[in-house]
Ligand binder design. Structure first.
Ligand code: MG
Length: 355
């Protein structure tokens, strides 16, 4: 019998770039790292929980999770593999971010014990060595720089300014990068049902791959209506809050693309199941991180390395919150992010010194 110990490390980390959204201006990222230990086998694993306005449960109570975990998973051991992780999390009660943290830590410990990269646990024969990613750009200068660095997919946030300004900005970006680069847009739910079809059709004239969340997350019927009215490819992001929400999106044919954030769906294993459901309905999948530290971001990258095709270019690029200058992080080469080949996540307890 193994006694795991779960340690909680709260953090406040500087974001590599400040972020302004409808919910406010952010210069730091707060959350917790969890560290799970299998004392018998001398192994540890790391996970991370971090909330974000508009996504997930929005609350963290990791201390009570830890107490329940000690009681519910007294039999957990790294020797149990992925099945053992599923058993340890059966009947889990808590927020999606906490579930993601605990699952990631357990999977990391198992992968370290098996001396495999975390992505190798997901049942794929050979995980990808690199994952196609997009680069977030705000104007033509950004876009030209990203393409010069090898980016093939650019993402542009829209909906925060007048439609005319977004339209002109997109026109400049398209003119600067040419037709071979994919442009994807994200409105983060900015428009109402009257404005959305007009805005989507106008911006789509610049040749776009798809547009995320033209209308608010809680109105899946409106999303479906925009898709039907415009014929433009629509992505669901904030709307994908659960398996039930995904099923409604699929049933109403509300999206061509679903964005899965392991942090906000409750972990990699749930995300894999959701992706399979989407694919079965002909809906494409992309994975993104939650602007968190290297722990959560690497968990998402490893999951992406194991996702069956087709997988769209993912939102995994960017420097993690709190990572000091000079510390190596998976590079993006020719638009693809290199997946760490080391055991587990590819990052260890040194992260704890970064907060
Ligand atoms: Mg989005």
């Amino acid at each position: 019998m193994t006694t795991p110990r779960l340690l909680i490390h709260p953090y406040t980390l500087p974001l590599a770039r400040p972020i302004t959204t409808a919910a406010g201006h952010f210069t730091t990222r707060q959350g917790v790292w969890v560290e799970v230990r299998d004392l018998e086998h001398g192994e540890f694993g790391l996970g991370e929980a971090a909330t974000w306005p508009g996504f997930g449960s929005g609350r963290l109570g990791m201390e009570s999770i830890a107490a329940r975990f000690e009681a519910a998973a007294a039999d957990w051991s790294v020797k149990g593999g992925v099945e053992g992780v599923k058993e340890a999390l059966e009947g889990f009660q808590g927020g999606v971010e906490e579930r993601f943290a605990l699952e990631t830590a357990l999977l990391d410990a198992v992968a370290r014990f098996e001396q495999r990269p975390l992505g190798a646990l997901f049942g794929v024969q050979t995980p990808r060595r690199s994952v196609a990613v997009h680069v977030l750009v705000k104007d033509e200068d950004d876009a030209v720089e990203a393409v010069a660095d090898g980016a093939r997919h650019l993402k542009v946030k829209v909906g925060a300014a007048l439609l005319e300004l977004d339209d002109a900005r997109l026109g400049r970006i398209r003119a600067a990068v040419g037709s071979a680069v994919a442009l994807r847009l994200d409105a983060n739910g900015a428009w109402d049902l009257e404005t959305a079809p007009v805005a989507v059709e106008r911006l789509a004239r610049h040749g776009i791959e798809f547009i995320e969340q033209p209308v608010a997350a809680d109105d899946i019927e409106a999303l479906a209506r925009v898709r039907r009215q415009t014929g433009v490819k629509i992505g669901a992001d904030e709307a994908v809050v659960s398996t039930q929400a995904l099923e409604q999106i699929l049933e109403l044919e509300a999206a061509d693309v679903v964005v899965l954030k392991p942090m906000f769906v409750g972990g990699a294993l749930v995300a894999l199941e959701m992706a399979a459901k989407a694919r079965a309905c002909g809906v494409s999948v992309m994975l993104t991180h939650a602007l968190e530290s290297a722990v959560g971001r690497l968990a998402a990258l490893h999951l992406a390395s194991a996702m069956p095709e087709p997988l769209l270019a993912c939102g995994l690029a960017g420097r993690p919150a709190g990572m000091p200058e000079g510390v190596a992080y998976p590079a993006v080469v020719e638009g693809r992010m290199v997946v760490p080949g080391a055991s587990g996540l590819g990052v260890g307890q040194e992260v704890m010194a970064w907060s």
